[in-house]
Design a protein around this ligand. Structure first.
Ligand code: RIB
Length: 314
């Protein structure tokens, strides 16, 4: 039976500036285009699960401004329960400035706005939504005490917990012991463990540090180099799918959504990782966060196509 998923996290409006290259301090450059799209790690992850066919709830906070109203409509349109979309009375909606180069690389500055006011109290008032959940997903673009409460409430339900430690901040062992899956990208994993990535040996060391701090499973996403999974009994190194990269924004979120969905279906871990890997790859082939998140049919076709190519080669 499919498990119910609850995603707790941020909602941002993303201002995507296409630029010729990352520029230097003190330098002004012109953007080639500007697009305003819906984003925010929490929302991106929840919408991915929804598009893949999962049973998912999303709790977030938007601001008391025009963006807040349109974001609220966006989440309703995507099929989310409006009782979990809280509107802050004073703060503006979370906003991110995204610089995007022709190579598809990005740099993101996120302003928390209303996301920064998603409180422990907000969660406690909506405690009933935690009842019966099997999977809980969260990130760090909301206040830390809120993340901690969400994880504890999920553990009280016996749910499997997924933490995307982004943006990376030092995490205490008591928090990490509440985490079943930690999913950093290579930059976050290096910052959190203090280990420099030169080869697979270093990735393994990073994973071991997380495991020794109490996390049960570690998935480090490595961009075009694929991913590394490790727990106490198994280790998996998977390559990335080869696609034409347009924009890597939200690829990690699509991966997280795919991972949560796969786990909700109790599939074997290798299969779950392949599914998530495909979701992440597809998200890099289009511009913007939410416009790039894959639909289930699209992902199934993509994965079937990859299998066929492999058969032809072998
Ligand atoms: O992971 C990508 C997301 O990070 C963007 O949509 C941006 O809003 C930030 O939250």
């Amino acid at each position: 039976m499919q498990k119910k998923i609850l995603v707790l996290g941020n909602s941002n409006v993303d201002l995507v500036f296409k630029i010729p290259r990352f520029h230097d301090p003190g330098e002004t450059i012109l953007a080639e285009s500007l697009a305003t799209v819906f984003g925010g790690k929490g929302a991106n992850q929840a919408i991915t699960v929804k598009r893949l066919g999962g049973d998912v709830l999303f709790m977030t906070k938007v601001g008391n401004d025009h963006y807040g109203t349109t974001y609220h409509q966006n989440l309703i349109k995507n099929g989310f329960d409006q009782k979990l979309i809280i509107q802050d009375k004073k703060l503006p909606t979370g906003t991110a400035v995204i610089e995007l180069t022709p190579k598809g690389e990005n740099r993101i500055i996120a302003f928390l706005g209303a996301n920064g006011a998603l409180s422990d109290k907000d969660l406690k008032r909506r405690k009933r939504y935690w009842r019966g959940i099997g999977i809980f997903v969260t990130q760090l673009e909301i206040p830390f005490p809120t993340v901690e409460s969400g994880l504890k409430m999920a553990k009280d339900q016996g749910a499997l917990t997924l933490l995307n430690p982004s943006p990376p901040i030092p995490l205490a062992p008591h928090l990490l012991s509440l985490v079943d899956f930690i999913v950093p990208n290579e930059v976050e994993a290096q910052l959190l463990t203090g280990i420099k990535w030169k080869g697979d040996q270093d990735i393994r060391k990073m994973a071991e540090i997380f495991l020794n701090l109490g996390v049960k499973n570690v998935v480090i996403t490595l961009g075009s180099k694929g991913l590394f999974f490790k727990n106490r009994s198994e280790e998996i190194r998977m390559n990335a799918f080869k696609v034409k990269v347009i924009d890597t924004t939200a690829a990690g979120d699509a991966f997280l959504g795919g991972l949560a969905y796969g786990l909700s279906e109790n599939k074997p871990i290798r299969e779950v990782l392949k599914f998530a890997n495909g979701a992440g790859a597809l998200a890099t082939t289009k511009l913007g966060a939410q416009p790039s998140l894959p639909q289930r049919e699209e992902l199934d076709i993509f994965l079937r196509g990859v299998k066929r190519v492999k058969k032809k080669i072998s």
